[in-house]
Design a protein around this ligand. Structure first.
Ligand SMILES: [Zn+2]
Length: 204
């Protein structure tokens, strides 16, 4: 791409670094922003700066939060004896959208992936075990995607969790075929949470 301006090129390059944004889309977005009133662009930049500066991770469940403890963990309406383990905050949002789940969450922050050099110590697994050691937890639902990384992570967690006197369940794995929870429709995802099964039965 030949740019008539170095400033333009720099901005396009930054946008092009975002996942799923090619050079052409980056250029379209930058030109769009350029046409907007000053205040509009400032608000855009400010929202990202504030997000990056002020965002926190809930000290209980590691979900993205505006406060030290997230709204879900703070809520007295939520059942603290059931923890749903998910990969990231998008899964929390997907499950919350189903309105079928009253427990709390634990956000791992990724999945075990030897290919990408992600090991168990890179994930918030110790934090999960710590919550269980406190003794109130009765059930852990492993709601991870039906991918090789998801399976590896579930198996690793199962071996850690079976030491505890808790129920370990999974959501119906078939539904998240080859993909992530966020792509499953709400009704299917909601149903699969309600009809979760003990992990042992799932692996046969
Ligand atoms: Zn939380």
């Amino acid at each position: 791409m030949n740019f008539s301006s170095k400033l333009l090129e720099n901005a396009v390059e930054e946008f092009g670094r975002l996942p799923g944004i090619g050079k052409k889309t980056a250029l379209r977005l930058v030109l769009h922003l350029l046409k907007q009133p000053d205040g509009e662009v400032q608000r855009f930049v400010q929202s990202l700066t504030t997000l990056k500066e002020q965002i926190q991770y809930c000290r209980e469940c590691y979900n993205i939060s505006d406060e030290a403890v997230c709204e879900i963990c703070q809520s007295v309406k939520r059942d603290k004896t059931t923890i749903c383990v998910v990969e990231d905050t998008r899964d929390v949002m997907a499950i919350e959208n189903t309105n079928q789940y009253q427990g709390v969450y634990h956000v791992l922050g990724g999945l075990i992936s030897p290919m990408e050099g992600v090991g168990p110590s890179d994930l918030k697994i110790e934090g999960l075990l710590e919550r269980i050691r406190r003794g109130d937890v009765k059930e852990v639902i492993l709601a991870l995607s039906a991918t090789m990384e998801g399976d590896t992570t579930i198996f690793y967690l199962y071996r850690k969790l079976k030491e505890f006197d808790i129920q370990i369940t999974t959501i119906a794995r078939g539904i998240a075929f080859g993909g992530e929870l966020e792509y499953v429709d709400e009704i299917t995802l909601g149903r699969s949470i309600l009809t979760r099964v003990p992990y042992e039965r799932n692996v046969g």
